[in-house]
Ligand binder design. Structure first.
Ligand SMILES: O=C[C@H](O)[C@H](O)[C@H](O)COP(=O)(O)O
Length: 267
């Protein structure tokens, strides 16, 4: 069929215009969603720092993208309200955040007792049990949190679940000694089912190596109805498992920034 050149040109222009505008709309909506997710993290972080940090406190600084806002707010309060705080990092990233914000850096050797620890989470269930370690930090986070009177969790609305594994699909991180990663993977799949994979690095050949020189196994497709206290107690007793990203009965309160600009708390 011969289509007159004039009609062809008009159609091409219409197609180009509709593709251009739908693509533009697509990118705009992604940007808007991202903005609201970041805004939600910031809202939760600011509220938690305002409600749980007082002058004279030693504060545990967690790791991840949400904690960045907590450190921003902490630094702001130090400058504007002249509060005095000392900060214990839970990772290399947290240490850098503390140093870059010119906050007072300490450690568990000097300050073994913390008033509060503020940290993010990959998922929070209805009993305040957590999955952590999505960014490769869990061991130091768990140690520091265990030295704090309160562990306060800050997160956006996507992290809130009824059961662990409902929202977060990347698996439960398990930090293992490098030499034990294959036997642990096989034993875990045999005993608790699911799929266990060695976490591989991006922009580096080979596996992710934690701040402590260990590997991370991600345990996916597990049975969501497992008793996590029992499972965690069992796993941490296996030689080769350094610790797990299961934080059971540790958090006192969680702050979730919501899409509408409000903050929901759970305790
Ligand atoms: O390994 C990372 C830590 O456990 C983080 O606290 C957790 O992954 C949450 O990070 P984000 O605030 O970036 O979601």
């Amino acid at each position: 069929m011969n289509i007159p050149a004039k009609i062809l040109k008009a159609n091409l222009f219409t197609n180009f215009r509709s593709n251009y505008f739908s693509t533009k709309y697509y990118y705009l909506s992604i940007a808007r969603d991202k903005m609201s997710l970041e805004e939600a993290k910031k809202l939760a972080a600011y509220r938690a720092v305002d409600e749980h940090v007082e002058s004279g406190y030693t504060v545990g600084i967690g790791s991840g993208s949400t904690v960045i806002y907590a450190v921003d707010r902490l630094a702001q309060r130090v400058t504007e309200e002249n509060i005095k705080v000392k900060c214990v990092p839970t990772s290399f990233q947290a240490r850098q955040l503390i140093i870059n914000h010119k906050l007072a850096l300490t450690d568990l050797e000097i300050s073994p007792h913390l008033n509060v620890c503020i940290d993010g989470a990959d998922e929070v269930d209805s009993n305040l049990n957590l999955i952590k370690g999505g960014g490769g930090c869990l061991l130091q986070e768990k140690i520091v949190a265990s030295c704090a009177e309160q562990l306060i969790i800050i997160a956006d609305y996507t992290k809130h679940s009824c059961l662990l594994g409902e929202q977060y699909k990347k698996g439960i991180p398990i930090e293992v000694s490098p030499l034990a990663y294959v036997p642990i993977k096989l034993k875990l799949e045999k005993k608790y089912k699911g799929d266990v994979a060695l976490r591989m690095a991006v922009n580096k050949a080979g596996p992710v190596v934690t701040d402590n020189g260990n590997f991370i196994l991600d345990w996916k497709d597990f049975d969501q109805s497992l008793n996590w206290k029992t499972v965690n107690d069992d796993l941490v007793s296996w030689p080769g498992i350094v610790d797990t990203g299961l934080f059971i009965g540790m958090a006192s309160k969680a702050y979730f920034g919501l899409k509408d600009g409000s903050v929901k708390t759970q305790s």
